[in-house]
Ligand binder design. Structure first.
Ligand code: ADP
Ligand code: MG
Length: 575
């Protein structure tokens, strides 16, 4: 922490959103924990006693000297900003200098603090936040804040609070959400003197999520960190990276960290794990959350939601934290720019994830081949997005269909190896992109009759553009259908499927899937070649609209290594 605590000038105070911040025990936990993080703590111990309306947060951060300790709970007193200009350069979680002051007014406040190499002090405060008793104490470097008897003199405030079990859940979620944004911190949480939960530190949020969601394992998640330019020319100020526990780095630009549950491995019933954080704090941003949902929609089963955590590290001048007293909402400049960055990052992570899954699920023999060659660096299991072959590159490869295997795979050769392409999903990708480019509805003559449609189903069919009208008791006539479906024998089934949910995009995926060549269908070489030519020219030839990989590449160089060709040649030459 730089500098010591000062009272903010009135002109700055007037610019800061005023509002009640301390409305519950959870709010106390949040404010104290944020102070600990601002003080550079790497270990934070939280203890809650519901019966006593008490919270204690102990940290191993920088601590305060005696002068600061005595000022810590005065009104508008902070060490984090000094002037009006600093409001545009906020790199700490706190900056209003109000939390401890409000707490002192609503509860009994005691703080013990010690800076490394100095004596430790204990201080209590009156309801104005002025230091009352001060004495020397022997404690480890860091700070221990104890808040007791919250709302003791404001009994009405206690009545409006949720039930104890709900408060427990809120406190747990508060700590977990902060932990997601600060993965290198160790958390120990107690309730009524008994261990409640702990969170071990990780290199990134990828190691934290499985500790919070027991059914998720580290390798069910794909992570990606991208450096992104700060939007608007010339506005790229300096930003301090929120790596609290290492020396803060200063650099230009912004970064986007994404941790994504691979859609074929984990998803949820509710959108409760679609989380966005900016500069060290989880925020509610309906717009960015919607961007995530849209980007993932085509990869998940119907009515399931992704696990997705996005952390934007943005130049502080791009964020206005003053929208919400608890800073749970923000104004983000250039919102659509960030939406675009998020969509692209998710698409990239899905591609990498699909490829990793590809290799993980191969038979042992193929798996060995790929790992062996990956190690030698011949065949890249593209871990890093930079090595990722640009999808359009696939379009440049001359692929020649040479055989169909098990009526399911097309074996294709090219200059430097061979690929296995799954016929159904390759075709699905082709049809899906065609449908996106041209969603054509053609008249159905005679109409298809459907029965027992619920109002929701009816609405859904109308939403995707179908003409539909009552045809009798519980009967409806559908008068048009997507061009791909209208001549199929199972047109009625397909229409029913479309009625079951989703937007136009969902309908396009479902239609593509239903219309694509089934596995088990024999194909001629010519048919296979046509499919290959169409598929490699698609915009995203790597995965199907559900995110599954479409092809397995076996490069000649990797095969040569697998068959130890160099070794045989060596032996036969007596080397
Ligand atoms: P703010 O965080 O907005 O500055 P607070 O009322 O939360 O306001 O805290 C006031 C000041 O007390 C902080 O600016 C900081 O200097 C000091 N402080 C509070 N908690 C801690 C802590 N855990 N470790 C070190 N200093 C602290
Ligand atoms: Mg604070």
């Amino acid at each position: 922490m730089t500098g010591s605590i000062q009272t903010l000038p009135t002109e700055v105070v007037n610019l800061i959103a005023a509002g009640e911040v301390i409305d519950s025990l959870a709010a106390v936990v949040r404010e104290l924990v944020e102070n600990a993080l601002d003080a550079g703590a790497t270990r934070i111990a939280v203890a809650v006693w519901f019966d006593l309306w008490r919270v204690r947060v102990a940290d191993n951060g920088t601590g305060m000297d005696l002068t600061d300790l005595q000022k810590a709970a005065s009104a508008h007193s902070t060490s984090k900003i000094k002037s009006r200009d600093d409001l545009y350069k906020i790199t700490s979680l706190g900056f209003r200098g109000e939390a401890l002051h409000s707490i002192a007014a609503l509860a009994e406040l005691e703080i013990c603090s010690r800076q490394t190499g100095f004596e430790g002090w204990r201080c209590t405060y009156n309801t104005q936040g002025e230091a009352e008793e001060t004495e020397a104490v022997a404690i480890a470097p860091g700070t221990v804040v104890t808040v007791s008897n919250l709302f003791g003199k404001w009994r009405l405030r206690r009545q409006g609070l949720p039930s104890r079990s709900q408060q427990q859940r809120i406190i747990q979620a508060t700590i977990q959400n902060i932990a997601l944004c600060h993965p290198s911190v160790t958390w120990q949480v107690q309730q009524s003197d008994r261990s409640w939960f702990t969170i071990s530190p990780g290199k990134t949020t990828q190691q934290i999520i499985p500790q919070l969601l027991k059914q998720v394992r580290v390798h069910d998640l794909q992570q990606l960190t991208l450096d992104v330019p700060t939007p608007e020319e010339g506005s790229a100020g300096e930003i301090r990276e929120f790596t609290y526990n290492s020396t803060p780095k200063t650099r230009h630009g912004a970064s986007l960290h994404l941790v994504l549950g691979l859609p074929d491995r984990c998803h949820r019933r509710r959108p409760d794990w679609v989380k966005v954080a900016t500069n060290g704090r989880l925020v509610r941003s309906p717009e960015l959350e919607q961007t995530i949902l849209t980007a993932m929609a085509k990869t998940l089963p119907r009515d399931r939601y992704p696990i997705c955590f996005i952390h934007l590290q943005i130049c502080p001048s791009q964020i206005d934290w003053n929208r919400h007293p608890a800073k749970a909402e923000i104004y983000l400049h250039s919102l659509s720019y960030w939406q675009e960055q998020i969509s692209q990052a998710i698409e990239q992570a899905l591609r990498i994830g699909a490829e990793n899954f590809d290799t993980a699920s191969q038979s042992h023999r193929v798996g060995k081949l790929l790992t062996a060659s990956a190690k030698k660096g011949v065949y890249h299991l593209d871990e890093s997005p930079k090595q990722e072959r640009n999808p359009s590159d696939i379009g440049l490869i001359e692929l020649k269909a040479v055989a169909q295997v098990r009526n399911m795979y097309i074996l294709a050769e090219h200059d430097t190896g061979m690929w296995l392409i799954e016929q159904h999903i390759a075709h699905e990708r082709v049809l899906y992109e065609q449908l996106c480019d041209r969603w054509q509805l053609v008249p159905l003559e005679p109409p298809v009759i459907l029965n027992y449609l619920t109002p929701v189903q009816l609405e859904q069919l109308q939403r995707i553009g179908l003409e539909i009208e009552p045809f009798g008791d519980q009967l409806w006539a559908v008068r048009n259908a997507p061009a791909l479906l209208h001549q199929r024998d199972d047109c009625a089934d397909a229409l029913l499927e479309l009625s079951l949910g989703g937007d136009l995009q969902n309908a396009q995926v479902a239609t593509a899937c239903r219309s694509a060549i089934r596995n088990g269908t024999p194909l001629t070489l010519e048919q296979m070649q046509t499919l290959l030519n169409q598929w490699k020219m698609t915009r995203h030839p790597r995965t199907c609209p559900h995110g599954r990989p479409i092809y397995l590449p076996l490069e000649e160089s990797a095969l040569a290594r697998f068959f130890r060709r160099h070794w045989v040649i060596g032996k036969s030459h007596g080397i």
